[in-house]
Design a binder for this molecule. Structure first.
Ligand SMILES: [Zn+2]
Length: 184
C-alpha cells in the first residue's frame, strides 16, 4: 500500500513539484509551483487489537476481509488512526467497526515499523466480553480461532502474522510482554 505522490497543492490547487525546499531542508518535498506551500508527508499509524476469548485467552478473534487489498484473507481488527482520537480509542473503534465485538482494552502488545510504506502498526491486547459478533461492511466473517485453527497461510498482513505469533508464544510461556519489530 504505497502512498501515491501528491499532485496538487492542498492550499491553492496548483500543481506541485518534488524538489528540495529553499529553506535548507535535505529531503525532496512536494512544493507548490504557485504559492510555494511545502507539503510534508509523514508516516500513518495503523491501530488494532488482539481480542482474546476464554479463561486463558486460548481463542483469538479474526476477521475475513471484505475489501481490497487482501480480500478474503484473515486479519486482526485494525485500521488507520483518525485525527482527534488516541491510539487506544482508534483500536477500540476499529474492533467495533470491523467485528462488532465488545472488548475490554488491555496493554499495548506490538509496535511494528513498516518504513517501506511509511506506517507504524500498533496492536493492543484485549479481552472479549462476548462471543457474539456483528461484522461491519468491511468484514465477510468474524470468528474465533485457537492457535491450531489459525489459517496461517491465509493471513492478510505480515504485521498481523507477527502479532499472532507473539501472542500465542507469550501465552504458552505464561507471560505477556511488549514487542517491537521492524518489518521490511
Ligand atoms: Zn499552492
Amino acid at each position: 500500500m504505497q502512498r501515491s505522490p501528491i499532485k496538487h497543492c492542498r492550499a491553492c490547487g496548483a500543481p506541485v513539484v518534488y524538489r528540495l525546499p529553499d529553506d535548507g531542508d535535505t529531503k525532496p518535498r512536494a512544493v507548490c509551483t504557485a504559492c510555494q506551500t511545502i507539503h510534508y508527508e509523514n508516516p500513518l499509524n495503523v491501530v488494532g487489537t488482539v481480542p482474546a476469548w476464554g479463561p486463558d485467552g486460548e481463542h483469538v478473534l479474526l476477521c475475513k476481509r471484505n475489501i481490497e487489498p487482501r480480500l478474503g484473507k484473515w486479519t486482526l481488527p485494525a485500521g488507520f488512526m483518525e485525527l482527534g482520537e488516541t491510539t487506544a480509542e482508534g483500536a477500540l473503534r476499529e474492533t467495533d467497526e470491523e467485528a462488532g465485538a465488545q472488548i475490554e482494552m488491555g496493554p499495548l502488545f506490538t509496535l511494528m515499523n513498516v518504513a517501506r510504506v511509511g506506517q507504524v502498526h500498533l496492536y493492543y491486547r484485549a479481552r472479549l466480553l462476548s462471543d457474539r459478533f456483528a461484522p461491519g461492511p468491511e468484514t465477510q466473517e468474524a470468528r474465533l480461532f485457537t492457535e491450531a485453527e489459525v489459517p496461517w497461510d491465509e493471513i492478510a498482513f505480515r504485521t498481523v502474522r507477527e502479532t499472532l505469533l507473539h501472542y500465542f508464544a507469550d501465552r504458552r510461556a505464561g507471560r505477556f510482554g511488549f514487542h517491537t519489530l521492524d518489518i521490511d
